[in-house]
Design a protein around this ligand. Structure first.
Ligand SMILES: *Cc1c(COP(=O)(O)O)cnc(C)c1O
Length: 432
């Protein structure tokens, strides 16, 4: 239950913001609740305006790989702000961040900064269409790529929650250019290619799906997608907005050893400030204006505050990576998943989960989940009770069963203990 201050704040917000929020999932609709309003964050903890403290696995939906208000990131932003918040001419910071990305991600020669994941995916598709002179795009059911018109077809995340598979306002002609196929099903993709492979500009995929819960690719699946796209001259876009710098320093593509043609980033790249990026092979990225004819720009793109935060965060990740950072995050997530599964067994409640790098997911589902159908077959009502009971016990996950949980570099054994203890108490409640 949201406290009295959050409840009042939500009433006030609803008068002037659609649904009281600036992004649909924040409204707690899919868990039939009232959102708590944030006061502040500190490391792995989020405090609401009623004074409650939560161990946070929402982490702003993914960006906060260094937790809330990390001193080095805050200092970098403050220093940058004191020199000016935006210039409209280039800064060296933009090159520094771009250089880091190029160094970390082998498939990327050139990268363009934007302000959100949505902008990144939208722009990458524009490049792909220009490069191939084709118009169709293939996406996977349950994958979310932001809210650009051509992606609002069988998307996961908030779109699926709200039951808006095709949003009003998206022209039929635009939606028709997007073909949606099941995730982890190479035969379904092959069928689409056999039918109209020569017309498909790009296949865009979350290499680990993070918007239908956390769903891993089946062994060999991404390789097969890579081979199929290559043989038809279709570009492969890895949407690493969640997985980039989160499942490993080189993203999911480095972990699974796949070379996509284009990659999109967001979330972790800005450490909590509004940043996205898209990049890839030089010949493709040199098509972007002013090098080439594909237009894409932004008044605030490469913003100095955002670049400062991103640069510090990426530098910290680079150093931490040498100390086994991503393995530690994964071990943490795996312990939460293992206990979740174990408690499910003890209490006769179907449970399942995945963990990879700083990303994990919990499903109220019997056995593995490999696609959207499986994710939708998990028990939403149980998740809802689990979510609210965990909140009461001082732990917050995403307010939806179709999302992932995020571990940061500042979650310690103390937070893990709080989480495991809370889960024990909550499962006892779930069956009582
Ligand atoms: C969040 C997300 C996006 C959209 O990013 P925004 O910054 O919210 O526009 C795109 N793709 C994936 C995989 C995401 O998780």
């Amino acid at each position: 239950m949201a406290g009295p201050k959050s409840t009042a704040a939500f009433e006030r917000a609803k008068r002037v913001l659609p649904g009281g929020v600036n992004s649909p999932v924040r409204a707690f609709k899919s868990v039939h609740g009232t959102p708590f309003f944030a006061d502040k964050g500190e490391g792995p903890y989020l405090y609401d305006i009623d004074g409650n403290r939560y161990v946070d696995y929402l982490m702003s939906w993914g960006p906060l790989i260094w937790g809330h208000a990390h001193p080095q990131i805050v200092a970098a932003v403050q220093e940058a702000a004191s020199k000016g918040t935006s210039f409209g001419v280039p800064t060296e910071l933009e090159t520094d961040v771009a250089q880091k990305i190029v160094d970390f991600v082998p498939s990327i020669d050139v990268v363009r900064m934007v302000n959100s994941g949505t902008e990144a995916t939208m722009s990458a598709v524009r490049v792909a269409r220009a490069a191939t002179s084709r118009s169709y795009v293939v996406k996977f059911i349950g994958c979310y790529h932001g809210h650009a018109d051509h992606f609002l077809v069988k998307a996961g995340s908030g779109v699926a929650d709200l039951g808006l598979p095709d949003s009003p306002g998206v022209p039929k002609e635009t939606a028709e250019r997007t073909i949606a196929v099941p995730y982890n099903d190479i035969d379904a993709l092959r069928d689409v290619f056999l039918e109209r492979g020569e017309e498909i500009a790009a296949v865009i995929i979350e290499p680990v799906a993070g918007n239908m819960g956390c769903v891993l690719p089946r062994p060999g699946y991404l390789q097969a997608v890579r081979e199929l796209t290559r043989s038809f001259g279709t570009l492969l876009i890895f949407d690493e907005v969640i997985t980039g710098f989160r499942v490993g320093l080189g993203g999911a593509q480095a972990r699974f050893d796949i070379e996509p043609d284009l990659t999109t980033f967001g979330k972790v790249i800005g450490a909590g400030l509004p940043v996205g990026a898209y990049g890839g092979r030089r010949d493709l990225m040199e098509m972007v204006a002013p090098s080439g004819p594909v237009y894409q720009g932004g008044t605030l793109s490469g913003n100095p505050l955002a670049m400062s935060a991103g640069l510090v965060s990426l530098n910290m990740l680079e150093a931490a990576n040498r100390e086994g950072f991503y393995d530690k995050l994964q071990a943490y997530g795996q312990q939460v998943v293992d206990q979740f599964v174990e408690l499910g067994k003890q209490h006769g409640i179907p449970t399942y989960g995945h963990a990879i790098g700083g990303l994990y997911g919990l499903f109220f589902h019997e056995g593995p989940v490999y696609d959207f159908e499986g994710a939708m077959a998990s028990d939403g009502a149980s998740y809802e009770r689990f979510f609210h009971a965990m909140l009461e016990n001082g732990v917050t996950f995403a307010p939806s069963p179709l999302e992932s949980a995020f571990v940061s570099g500042v979650h310690t054994s103390r937070e893990l203990e709080i989480t495991l203890g809370a889960m024990k108490a909550v499962f006892a409640q779930l069956t009582s």
